[in-house]
Design a protein around this ligand. Structure first.
Ligand code: C2E
Ligand code: MG
Ligand code: MG
Length: 768
């Protein structure tokens, strides 16, 4: 059984409130006026006057349906026009009856009966068409038929058979007498089908149901009294009249517009009353048999047999439909579960297994390889220049390219090998089994070539490359995560080694990885136990060669190794957040150091310049770390300068924002290694920068056009209001160039190599 939708499910489809109010009043005015006229019916003199009132109410009902269909504009007006036609036939029947009556004729059947009986199929067709625009529901149709069949049997027993047996003037009179209850059952069946099929249940539908019930009750009472009583009760006219009003009200109510609409997403529920109705209907055949037997009436065997067979067939059909519905729901659920399981295990863009699924697949392959003794190979593929495709051709093109690459990879590997996508532009290929490292490398090389071929994306052609890391399961102890990590490390190496290459995770890489891990662990300890040492290199004025400040350069006094230069340990620190801790350590110690020097008599304007990594600059903690260093050292912000690699300010918006905040504190910001390739030069004016540090290579006379470039950079910096410091000043000639180019400050071996804090302290105090 279906559940009728709540009013709220219907409301959104109605016209807006303002427009709704007028038709709302119209249906109510019609219903109240109609009922008032019906109530006055008995007050009119019998005969012509009452017949006129009867006709007026009937015609008003017809007019109301036509007007309602016009005003409310339902999706289809044809069903409503059929209902109006049915009503009109009834009015015609009423008129013919009155005319027949007034004419003093009492022949049966009369022309009025013809109009009346024709009205039933017309109304039934109208109701059926109303139901047709709703969602098809075979179960609802069968249930309606079952209940109607039960009622038909009851109607036949109580009205039909007695009518057939009664003495009639002609076979036509008998047929007409039986046709009325049959017409009622037809109407009831169609109405029931409409009421229980999935769709809107609203005031218009209730009015329709009321009209049909009033009609059927009046008709049935009329048929019964004509069989079992002497006269027809006068109150039946009120029921028929109310039925007319109710049809009209149903069409005038604005909700008629959605009465026939299919409801979306409704849950089908079989309510208890529907079960009782069906149960009651199926019991009518045996029930009448029992009643006839108990009361000693003539048992109409054939009616019971036919009724039972019809019921039986309907119930079997209904069972079949119910079983099919359950099977359908089960199939849908299974499909949904399969789809969900697939979605959870696969990448939505390419349809390849995702990271979680590829982990499971690699684990399973490793377990199989342990039993068989064969090797498993894993290729980690990182696309080269994919970002450029995304940036220049857009994300849609980027997605299409990833799909094309995934298809190529799948086409290029053997049947049992699995291609999966880790995310972004990273793919894995599981080779199971693989003969040896050379075979895996050969596959990887083939994939590099496949991926590097141009891809046509609509009217454009894109090109990416691939850096591939290869890892082989060496022994039974290898687990899936470790294998992925090894292939990843090898891919990183391939990328760093020039892109478009393959790299094998071999013994040397393994030991290098182990050494890096050990170095990282030692470095963490080094920061915690103050094994780091700061050396300082003077930054001097080009004109007077006075020390303006000192750049802090970190070294590591590594136990049992000696003094380690930053180039040997910074790359390891820079791979994680460890670099931020290292930079903070330097900030704190450098700030304290400059405070000591000033206290010992150095120039109070002496500044210390501290190198900050890109990762640290892009973290919000940089502002706190700088503030903490200033507070701990007790120095003025002007005594501290941060040196940030040019590449960071070139492309990291967060870093730019953080450095702006630092600069707002009063701390200086210097662009380190300026001119090494990243185009900040044109945006210098907009960046939070006080100084640029010109890379030492621009002083190298063997680099073509170096001096011209240096001149350009110094000029551009000055135009943007930024001061310049030249690095790598190794002899007096360099200084001469800088003097000629108006560079303010310089730094390098010729002016003072990096020195210990004590030496730097002596220098700055002595200089003063
Ligand atoms: P940088 O900031 O550009 O520092 C200048 C580097 O040039 C220093 O190397 C310095 O010793 C070297 N140098 C000095 N004078 C000359 C010269 O006349 N000619 C040549 N060719 N080189 C000269 P160092 O100390 O090995 O530092 C290397 C890099 O390590 C630095 O480059 C900086 O980027 C980074 N670094 C150093 N200390 C720190 C630190 O505390 N934190 C961070 N994040 N990075 C640091
Ligand atoms: Mg520096
Ligand atoms: Mg530098």
């Amino acid at each position: 059984m279906t559940d009728h939708p709540s009013a709220s499910a219907v409301r959104p489809a109605l016209p807006p409130r303002v427009g709704e109010q007028a038709p709302d009043r119209v249906w109510l005015v019609f219903a109240l006026a109609g009922l008032a006229v019906v109530a006055s019916y008995g007050l009119w003199p019998e005969g012509l006057a009452q017949d006129v009132v009867y006709g007026v109410v009937g015609l008003a009902g017809v007019a109301a349906i036509v007007v309602g269909a016009h005003r409310n504009r339902p999706r289809t007006v044809r069903p409503w026009l059929l209902l109006a036609a049915g009503q009109l036939l009834w009015v015609l029947g009423d008129s013919l009856y009155s005319w027949h009556d007034l004419g003093g004729q009492d022949s049966y059947p009369s022309p009025g009966d013809a109009a009346y009986l024709l009205a039933y199929p017309v109304l039934a067709l109208g109701l059926a068409l109303l139901g047709r625009s709703r969602r098809r529901d075979l179960a609802a149709s069968l249930d309606a038929l079952t209940v109607a069949a039960g009622l038909a049997l009851l109607s036949f027993d109580l009205l039909g058979r007695p009518a057939l047996e009664a003495a009639h003037t002609s076979p036509l009179a008998t047929a007409v007498t039986v046709a009325y209850p049959a017409g009622d059952i037809l109407l009831l069946a169609v109405a029931l089908r409409l009421m229980i099929s999935p769709g809107a249940w609203n005031r218009s539908m209730r009015c329709l149901l009321a009209a049909i019930v009033l009609l059927v009750v009046a008709d049935t009472t009329n048929s019964a009294t004509s069989l079992y009583a002497d006269s027809t009760p006068t109150w039946l006219s009120y029921l028929w009249l109310c039925s007319y009003v109710s049809w009209g009200a149903a069409a005038l109510h604005p909700s008629m517009r959605v009465a026939t609409e299919r409801s979306v997403g409704r849950t089908l529920r079989f309510r208890l009353w529907r079960l009782f109705a069906l149960g009651g209907a199926t019991f009518i055949a045996p029930g009448t048999l029992a009643v006839q037997h108990v009361l000693g009436l003539t048992i109409d065997v054939w009616a019971v047999v036919v009724g039972s067979v019809v019921m039986f067939v309907l119930v079997v059909c209904r069972m079949f439909v119910a079983i099919e519905q359950i099977a359908d729901v089960t199939r849908q659920r299974k499909r949904l579960q399969d789809a969900l399981a697939f979605e959870a295990a696969h990448d939505s863009l390419t349809g390849l297994p995702n990271r979680a699924q590829s982990l499971l697949l690699i684990r399973a392959a490793l377990l199989r390889s342990q039993r068989s003794g064969e090797m498993v190979g894993l290729l980690f593929i990182d696309l080269d220049a994919f970002k450029a495709v995304n940036d220049t051709l857009g994300h849609t093109a980027g997605d299409a390219l990833l799909c094309a690459v995934s298809r190529r990879l799948q086409a290029a590997v053997r049947g049992g090998d699995v291609v999966s996508r880790l995310g972004g532009d990273e793919f894995l290929v599981l080779l199971e089994p693989v003969a040896d490292e050379a075979a895996a490398l050969a596959v990887a090389q083939r994939l590099v070539e496949e991926v590097s071929m141009p891809v046509t994306l609509g009217r454009q052609v894109a090109r990416v490359g691939a850096s591939i890391g290869v890892a082989i399961s060496q022994d039974a102890g290898t687990d899936a995560e470790q294998l992925i990590h090894e292939a990843d490390v090898a891919a990183y190496r391939a990328k760093a080694g020039g892109r478009g290459r393959c790299e094998l995770f071999d013994v040397s890489l393994r030991s290098e990885l182990a050494a890096q891990a050990a170095l990282e662990a030692d470095l963490i300890r080094a920061i915690a136990t103050d094994q780091l040492v700061l050396h300082y290199q003077p930054i001097v004025g080009v004109g007077d060669q006075q020390v303006r400040g000192l750049e802090a350069l970190v070294r590591w006094q590594r136990p049992s190794v000696g003094l380690v230069m930053p180039g040997d340990f910074l790359p390891v620190a820079e791979r994680s957040e460890l670099i931020c801790d290292l930079d903070s350590w330097v900030l704190l110690h450098a700030a304290a150091q400059v405070a000591d020097w000033v206290a010992a008599g150095a120039d109070p304007d002496l500044f210390v310049s501290v190198n900050i990594s890109g990762r640290h600059a892009s973290r919000a903690r940089i502002v706190d770390d700088v503030t903490a260093a200033l507070a701990a050292g007790g120095i003025r912000p002007e005594q501290l300068v941060l040196e940030v690699p040019e590449v960071v300010l070139g492309g990291d918006l967060r870093a730019v924002a953080h450095l702006r905040a630092v600069r707002d504190l009063g701390v200086g910001v210097s662009l380190d290694d300026f001119g090494t390739g990243y185009a900040t030069i044109s945006r210098l004016r907009d960046l939070p920068v006080d100084t640029v540090k010109l890379d030492g290579r621009f002083l190298d006379p063997s680099v073509p056009g170096a001096t011209a470039l240096l001149r350009l950079m110094i000029h551009t910096a000055h135009t943007a209001g930024v001061a310049t410091v030249a690095e790598g000043v190794e002899h007096a000639g360099h200084l001469g160039i800088l003097t000629a180019l108006d560079c303010e400050s310089a730094q390098g071996g010729h002016l003072g190599a990096p020195m210990t804090a004590a030496e730097a302290g002596r220098l700055s105090v002595r200089v003063r």
